[in-house]
Unconditional design. Structure first.
Lengths: 366, 251
């Protein structure tokens, strides 16, 4: 049976290749979109967990959490909320680094847990108007302690290189909060507040207490909740789903059309198979096997190209720092499931085309 | 529960091995009982009755449009009669749920235009019915090569149909029809697309195979050369058996 499937696919290799390409486009889109939206969710989650905080407090009602802006004056009020062990104000300044505008600049107080939790791997702690560079950003910028980086037109000395284990932090640069406020000309403003919960308190209860104590704020800790609240993430997720569905439909139409054409051309051949004693089930297995085989070839290509496309896409969107594609086994598994499903779906119409024709009529077809 | 299942599997395998062994088949008796077949207003066959004994070689002759192929299609189960019945060994095998099995184990078909699968080699074409019967790969290959040897085209085993002559293709088609050791071989104009030399060779091959295997053979042909090799001939005229009925071969 496998030999027959191979021969049948090879006999019209150009068509087989085009069909596989159609499937590959569908699977590529699925994998790229899943990897991208997975990366977006993780990045949004990372934002709420900066400095390994329990959760973050943002400005409420925003489409994009990175655009959050809070008055620094609310920090003492939040610190006073029962259950809050520490509240670290943070300013996120995008596109501030001249050498690589995609690297995020964080402003944090030197004494906050955010900075204290950074593990120094080279140089020393920052003092005054110095900065610290995350390990990934340092590797990308090829910068060492003692060198300078230009941020918003000001050359600042690199004191040390740190590693936190949170990709968003390791891909960024940390400055004193007062300096980022000065550079952004918003001295009393912060982007978010990272919160540590006191022992014995529940995260959700503390989040709700903060939102009640400071109306207009939004406390988020669960990465999936962050992705849900962040309207931009939601829009991108929905767009990704729509694009993926369209790509799947395209792939399905290509496979259905090709398989239907292939079996219509070979109707007499299927008549011969029935005449020599092949059961409908065995003929169906042959058609299904051909359809699934070509789909799996396309799926293999689609998985590889999809992984590459997701990386290229975040670079094309200049979001490589904030978002890194997440390609998990489940993403690959879903790609495989889609490819297999396209194969099965593509064979159904072809099966109906073959099995509805009586053997004698099939034999009489030219 | 396990033992009866094992016994069933063993008996099925034994039957399959027996079926696959060349020369093990014996002919089937065919009874065509007042069979008519109409296509709309057109009556292709009218009240045709005939009997074919096990091991007999019957040739059905008649002019184009006389109903020869329609009769063969009814005997092979590819078509169903409008009225009347076709019995093989006394059973209406073309009705009910055993049609596929009967087609696989009882009947071998040879078509006028050989109808070999163009992308497959001669050997692979002969293996196709065996694949349908679930015979294992090594056994399929061995049996296919034996059959190609038997019909005299073993040197063409790895050639595709386009690399063979018309006579060779038809021999491969005969080998394919014999693959599951049928008890009834049905051939529809097997010499129709061949020159006289090849036509004679194919008919002589069918006669030789019938003699060797003991199977029943029914051949539809307008070719008088074919009729000359038959045990009996019947002639169809406008969908009816000619009044002469069965005519034994005259020496």
């Amino acid at each position: 049976m496998l030999a027959m499937i191979k021969v049948n696919l090879q006999r019209r290799w150009g068509r087989t290749a085009l069909t596989a390409l159609g499937v590959a486009v569908g699977v590529t889109t699925i994998v790229a979109m899943l990897a991208l939206t997975g990366g977006l969710s993780r990045s949004a989650g990372d934002l709420a967990k900066l400095g390994r905080a329990d959760f973050g407090v943002f400005q409420g009602g925003l489409a994009d959490l990175t655009a959050s802006s809070l008055p620094a004056s609310i920090v003492p009020r939040i610190e006073a909320v029962p259950g809050v062990a520490a509240a670290a104000p943070l300013q996120v300044v995008p596109h501030a680094l001249a050498a690589d505008s995609s690297i995020l600049v964080f402003g944090a107080e030197a004494q906050s847990f955010l900075v204290k939790r950074l593990v120094l791997i080279a140089g020393r702690d920052a003092a005054g108007k110095e900065l610290m560079v995350g390990s990934n950003a340092a590797a990308r910028l090829r910068i060492k302690p003692g060198q300078t980086l230009v941020i918003d037109g000001r050359a600042l000395r690199v004191a040390g290189i740190y590693r936190s284990g949170i990709s968003l932090e390791d891909d960024g640069v940390v400055l004193p909060l007062a300096l980022t406020q000065q550079l952004s000309q918003r001295p009393a403003e912060i982007s978010m507040i990272a919160i540590l919960i006191a022992p014995g308190y529940g995260e959700l209860a503390v989040e709700r207490s903060i939102e009640r104590a400071v109306p207009g704020t939004l406390a988020l800790g669960d990465p999936s909740e962050v992705a849900r609240v962040d309207t931009n993430s939601r829009i991108i997720n929905k767009a990704a789903i729509i694009i993926a569905v369209l790509a799947l439909l395209l792939g399905a139409v290509v496979v259905i059309n090709t398989m239907a054409m292939a079996v219509i051309e070979r109707r007499r051949e299927f008549g011969v198979l029935a005449a020599v004693g092949w059961s409908h089930a065995r003929i169906a297995r042959l058609i299904l096997g051909e359809s699934v085989a070509v789909s799996l070839v396309g799926t293999g290509v689609g998985l590889a190209v999809g992984a590459l496309a997701s990386v290229l896409l975040v670079h094309a969107l200049a979001a490589a720092t904030f978002v890194s594609p997440v390609i998990t086994l489940w993403v690959i598994g879903r790609g495989l499931i889609v490819g297999f499903a396209l194969g099965v779906l593509g064979s159904l119409f072809a099966l109906w085309q073959v099995l509805r024709v009586p053997t004698l009529k099939a034999l009489q077809r030219e | 529960m396990t033992r009866p299942l094992l016994q069933l599997l063993r008996s099925t395998r034994a039957r399959r091995d027996q079926t696959a062994r060349p020369g093990s088949a014996t002919g089937a008796a065919v009874e065509v009982d007042r069979v008519s077949r109409s296509f709309g207003e057109i009556a292709a066959l009218r009240e045709v009755s005939l009997s074919v004994a096990p091991g007999e070689l019957l040739v059905v002759t008649g002019r184009s449009g006389s109903g020869k192929s329609t009769l063969l299609n009814l005997i092979s189960g590819l078509d169903q009669p409008s009225t009347g019945r076709v019995l093989i060994d006394g059973e209406a095998v073309w009705q009910g749920s055993h049609v596929v099995r009967a087609r696989r184990e009882l009947v071998g078909l040879v078509f006028q235009q050989h109808l070999l699968l163009s992308e497959l080699t001669a050997r692979a074409n002969v293996e196709v019915p065996l694949l349908g019967a679930g015979v294992r790969s090594r056994e399929r290959r061995r049996h296919a090569l034996e059959l190609l040897e038997e019909v005299g085209v073993s040197d063409r085993a790895e050639h595709v149909p386009s690399m063979m002559s018309g006579g060779e293709r038809q021999r491969v088609a005969v080998a394919r029809a014999l693959a599951n050791s049928p008890r009834l071989l049905l051939a529809d104009e097997p010499t129709g697309s061949l020159d006289s030399v090849n036509a004679t060779r194919i008919i002589e091959l069918l006669v030789r195979l019938r003699d060797r295997r003991g199977m029943t053979v029914i051949i539809v042909s307008y070719d008088p050369v074919v009729g000359a090799h038959a045990d009996h001939t019947v002639t169809l005229l406008d969908g009816r058996l000619d009044s002469g009925g069965r005519q034994p071969l005259e020496a």
